[in-house]
Design a protein around this ligand. Structure first.
Ligand SMILES: Nc1nc2c(ncn2[C@@H]2O[C@H](COP(=O)(O)OP(=O)(O)OP(=O)(O)O)[C@@H](O)[C@H]2O)c(=O)[nH]1
Ligand SMILES: [Mg+2]
Length: 469
């Protein structure tokens, strides 16, 4: 069944819904095998022409068949064909997957043969778009498919899987059903407006709106974490020359990436590397040490670049040498960082050269992580601190976490509408006005799930997919 809201959009499409599409579903290039996917009403018919070994039309759904792909009596490859008959397929249409050998040349020959027999090349994300249009997935689930393809940490993988399975959709569905139920009762009251009856229990609805507001608030708050999970966190390591910034970068990466030397001013240009710590991607930026009175032109450029990086990064590590820093110089440095509004962690380095009690006493009034970057002392403690700082506790991937800016923006509108509904209830506004607020709230929920959406939004979302998905 085609969901109502999409009809207008579908009618505007240049490519008809009935087309059979084909694409390589695996990466191009040489590999053990490649999978070519066909979807549409003629998928089985097209595959059948090219696969004389068996009559595919007579075969059951969810079966696999080994044989040769032939065109004009010429063998193209020995393949394994998987059959999925509608509606039991990814797209909801007839789908044929041809598992062939991993030669780009062979794959192209098979794809071209499919096209000559009536298929057309799929656009990016078109298979998933069809799954969405046939009601197999809602928009949040379709977006989660793209997220799982691009996931590169266990946290992003788990969050995407949770949403692909409908974790987020389920919450929205519940919210929507409750609002629709109440709205129906309000509309009924409007029909009996002359008789002054109240079908919809206002107290119950008040509770329902309170509950929905809490859920929405939690979802909105999860976005900060969602962003960290999806996009990672950038951290600039800053400090005076020779503090050990490059040594720390190397220690966190567990490799000798940046040049380290006893010469102050070694790092001139910034060095950036990504490291996965406990499932979160940290983009570490080693910067040029900031020295107050430099006259060296190159060093000054480096220092300017450091200032830029401080502004651009999500977090800053202020690294200092516990042997040379004093409480006063530390305070001055921290005041300077505070002026940039950056969130920071203070790290005292080279603690291998002094007695621990001595530094603890000296810097007792600060919250500092002491380490030795060179001797790899307390690096794990620093890593724990970094993770805790950005995720504020543990990631519970069982919970729904918002990772998508589009969802976040629409949820903000849902939250505003719920607040308006609540205000309306408190002020005992009339049923017709209440119904308007509820409809507005429903509108934004439907925008997230794709029950209402416009052509541009859908095109934008699916263009982010790869071809063949
Ligand atoms: N003893 C000791 N020496 C360290 C430690 N960390 C760094 N060093 C030494 O300090 C010197 C400077 O280290 P770098 O990592 O190059 O310092 P930097 O902050 O990147 O310096 P610039 O790039 O010049 O700003 C090198 O000789 C390092 O071996 C440490 O934990 N303990
Ligand atoms: Mg350096």
């Amino acid at each position: 069944m085609v969901p109502r809201g999409y009809l207008c959009w579908m009618l505007n499409q240049t490519n008809s819904w009935d087309d059979t599409i084909v694409a390589l579903a695996t990466p191009t290039g040489v590999g053990a095998i490649g999978v070519i996917r066909l979807s549409g009403s003629k998928a089985i018919e097209i595959a059948n022409v090219l696969f004389p070994s068996k009559d595919l039309i007579k075969q059951n759904t969810h079966t696999i068949h080994v044989g040769y792909i032939k065109e004009a009596h010429v063998d193209l490859d020995e393949v394994v064909i998987s059959l999925y008959k509608n509606p039991k397929s990814y797209t909801g249409e007839d789908v044929v997957e041809i598992g062939c050998h991993g030669s780009a040349f062979v794959q192209q020959q098979i794809i071209q043969a499919c096209i000559r027999n009536g298929a057309r090349l799929a656009k990016a994300g078109e298979f998933t778009q069809r799954a969405f249009l046939s009601g197999k997935l809602d928009l949040t689930q379709a977006e989660a498919v793209a997220d799982i393809i691009s996931s590169n940490t266990s946290a992003s993988q788990k969050t995407a899987l949770h949403n692909m399975r409908g974790g987020f959709s389920e919450i929205l569905k519940q919210l929507r059903e409750n609002l629709i139920q109440f709205s129906a009762l309000i509309e009924l009251e409007l029909d009996f407006s002359e008789e002054d009856v109240e079908f919809a229990d206002r107290k119950k609805f008040h509770e329902l709106v309170d509950g929905a507001t809490l859920v929405t608030k939690d979802l909105l708050q999860s976005f900060q974490l969602g962003n960290v999970i999806k996009n990672g966190v950038s951290i600039a390591i800053i400090g005076k020359p020779n503090a050990g910034k490059s040594t720390l970068l190397n220690a966190l990466l567990n490799e000798n990436r940046a040049i380290v030397s006893e010469i102050a001013g070694t790092t001139r240009d910034t060095v950036e590397e990504v490291v996965n710590i406990d499932g979160i991607l940290f983009r570490l930026i080693d910067t040029a040490g900031i020295r107050e009175h430099s006259t060296d032109v190159i060093e000054l450029i480096g220092i300017e670049k450091t200032r830029e990086k401080i502004k651009q990064s999500d977090q800053v590590i202020y690294l200092f040498d516990v042997n040379t820093e004093t409480v006063t110089t530390l305070e001055i440095a921290l005041n300077q960082i505070a002026e940039t509004n950056s969130d920071y962690i203070i790290v005292g380095n080279k603690s291998d050269l002094v007695r621990e009690e001595k530094v603890l006493e000296k810097f007792a009034s600060f919250d500092i992580q002491f380490i030795s970057a060179k001797e790899l002392l307390h690096i794990d403690l620093l890593k724990n601190r970094l993770v805790k700082k950005v995720i504020h506790g543990n990631i519970n991937t069982e919970n729904t976490i918002i990772t998508n800016a589009r969802h976040y923006e629409a949820l903000q509108q849902v939250y505003i509408s719920l607040t308006d509904i609540k205000k309306g209830l408190d002020n005992k506004i009339t049923g017709d006005l209440l119904a308007l607020d509820i409809r507005r709230c429903l509108h934004y929920i439907s925008e997230i799930t794709g029950d209402i959406s416009n052509e541009n939004v859908l095109d934008y979302i699916f263009s982010k997919f790869c071809i063949g998905k």
